[in-house]
Design a protein around this ligand. Structure first.
Ligand SMILES: Nc1nc2c(ncn2[C@@H]2O[C@H](COP(=O)(O)OP(=O)(O)OP(=O)(O)O)[C@@H](O)[C@H]2O)c(=O)[nH]1
Ligand SMILES: [Mg+2]
Length: 221
């Protein structure tokens, strides 16, 4: 995927609507502080998303309009990257957690309404990036999020973050442990050094390409 242009669009509160011309959506999902906002910045090569040392930096669904060529031979297209608030964030108690759940649920409900194939800019979920901390394989909350995404049938990839904080041998061990725990392959990255980010860009490009593949004339997929 080649990024041509990217811009912040809006923050979507609970009950907010997705802009009607969002196009295919890529959603960042993961625990608070795992590195979702940092990965958006690394993917689009711009410092648009606010990353922070304190968990709970992102409190709303922040939307970024991204114009990109998803894969070689494809046309430039408009897509939207959605930076979701993280789960597993304790500060603020049950009320904050309830608000978080409402915001995330609203987002997924709107993003999975069946889009009209003749209108390529209708919002539709192209895929989810589940981010998990490279140093902590098999956390219950991550396994639950992964199971939920699988149950919903969403296209998804799993990215492990903060690999720069481990030695090479620890990275290899942790990757294996993640893959065993999740039962699938993962893409290790460092949002800080940019290692592994090109592979994620390629995978995102594939999800965007698949989301905009021409519908056969008879309507069967
Ligand atoms: N060393 C290292 N630090 C990282 C990496 N990715 C993110 N960080 C740091 O981790 C902290 C949290 O990053 P964010 O990108 O704000 O995390 P987030 O998932 O958006 O967090 P919330 O918005 O709270 O859900 C920041 O201090 C980042 O600089 C990484 O790959 N390596
Ligand atoms: Mg964030």
């Amino acid at each position: 995927m080649k990024i041509l242009d990217a811009d912040f669009v809006t923050s979507m509160p609970a009950g907010g609507r997705l802009p009607p011309d969002s196009g295919p959506l890529i959603a960042m999902v993961g625990r608070s502080n795992v590195g979702k906002s940092s990965l958006i910045n690394a993917l689009i090569r711009r410092g648009l998303a606010r990353a922070g040392a304190r968990p709970g930096t992102t409190r709303l669904v922040n939307l970024y309009a991204v114009r990109a060529v998803p894969a070689a031979g494809r046309r430039a297209m408009r897509s939207t990257f959605a930076d979701l608030p993280g789960y597993g964030f304790a500060r603020g108690g049950p009320e904050a957690r309830h608000e978080f759940e409402t915001i995330v649920r609203d987002f997924f409900v709107q993003a999975t309404v069946r889009a009209d194939p003749r209108r390529p800019l209708d919002p539709r979920l192209a895929g989810v990036i589940l981010l998990v901390d490279g140093r902590h394989p098999g956390l219950d909350s991550d396994l639950a999020a992964h199971a939920w995404l699988a149950e919903q049938g969403y296209e998804r990839i799993v990215v492990t973050t903060k690999n720069d904080r481990m030695s090479r041998s620890a990275q290899a061990r942790a990757r294996h442990a993640h893959e065993v725990a999740l039962g699938r392959s993962v893409l290790p990255v460092s949002g800080k050094t940019g290692t592994g980010v090109p592979a994620v860009r390629t995978a995102v490009g594939q999800m965007l390409s698949a989301a905009t593949a021409p519908i056969p004339a008879d309507g069967l997929l």
